[in-house]
Design a protein around this ligand. Structure first.
Ligand code: PAF
Length: 283
């Protein structure tokens, strides 16, 4: 695996690879890698001929500075994992490399309702920061395919929109890969390693509650099961930002189901200081 810290070197290398006919797959990450990330690397290796991973903890997408400070870092371990997964190239820029003109940007992405719904509402500015960095990374890597995890359901929708807006949706194929779960159902996430032992036990309630919604979904009013899901989380000790049943393509909350509309349940909740998110397509 070749490691690049400078975008100019990365671009030079990738230009040569592209000319020699390589199809480039890209997996952007913030490090603290786990099997979920490695499954994205595998998906890229199956669909393309050169896999690039980036590790960059992007300051502009953290609306809470304390969350940024505490974001887990494990670069040496990440490099070892990427090597064993057969990743071809790692881009490991620092903040100056990604933001040579400083962190504030005049570029505003039109994210429509994604900016005010769910994560958009509870983490103001988060998706602007995600788009800022992903847009920059895409300019540097110019991949043929981009691999992202369905665990970040709304982020996948936002990136889809970014690709459309930047005229890239024909050029870059977005692959949304399934969420990987621990044996007890907890969605794999870099944030899980911040959970203490007791909270790790409680954390499984998130998946149980999503499964409860799936099992109890019936055409008609959805308010009773949604309230019950919220109560289950609160009773287990979560501070719940939201647990909602939403339209799978617009993410608008659905309170009455006609039995046909495609639905997804999405949740964000704190255990102590750790904010976990998850989702489950319901039908
Ligand atoms: O999902 C993530 O890890 C980040 O939001 C991403 C896409 C790497 C942008 O920083």
């Amino acid at each position: 695996m070749i490691l690049f810290k400078k975008a100019i070197d990365l671009r030079k290398h990738l230009d040569v690879q592209r000319k020699s006919g390589k199809k480039i797959g890209f997996v952007p990450t913030m490090g603290a890698l786990h099997e979920g990330h490695l499954s994205l690397i595998q998906a890229s290796k199956s669909a393309t001929t050169l896999t690039v991973c980036s590790i960059f903890v992007n300051p502009t997408q953290f609306n809470d500075p304390a969350d940024f400070e505490k974001y887990p870092l494990s670069t040496d371990k990440d490099i070892a994992l990427l090597l064993s997964a057969g990743c071809d190239l790692l881009f490991l820029p620092d903040v100056d490399e990604m933001y040579p003109d400083g962190l504030t940007s005049n570029q505003k992405f039109d994210l429509g309702e994604m900016e005010t719904l769910l994560e958009g509402k509870f983490r103001p500015g988060h998706f602007q920061g995600v788009c800022q960095v992903v847009n920059q990374l895409l300019l540097q890597v110019e991949p043929d395919a981009l691999f992202m995890g369905q665990k970040d359901y709304q982020q996948c929708m936002v990136i889809n929109r970014l690709l459309q807006q930047t005229g890239n949706c024909e050029k870059i194929q977005l692959h949304i890969c399934p969420t990987l779960r621990e044996p007890d159902g907890l969605a794999m996430s870099s944030r899980n390693r911040r959970l203490n032992e007791a909270d790790r036990v409680i954390s499984v309630t998130i998946y149980r509650t999503l499964s409860f919604l799936k099992e109890n979904l019936k055409a008609g009013k959805l308010d009773v099961i949604q309230k019950s899901a919220f109560d289950q989380l609160q009773a287990a000790g979560f501070r719940t930002d939201y647990i909602v049943i939403a339209d799978a393509t617009t993410l608008q909350p659905v309170t009455y189901w006609d039995g046909k509309q495609q639905l997804v349940a999405l949740v964000a909740a704190f255990l102590g200081e750790v904010r976990l998110i998850d989702n489950l397509p319901l039908n």
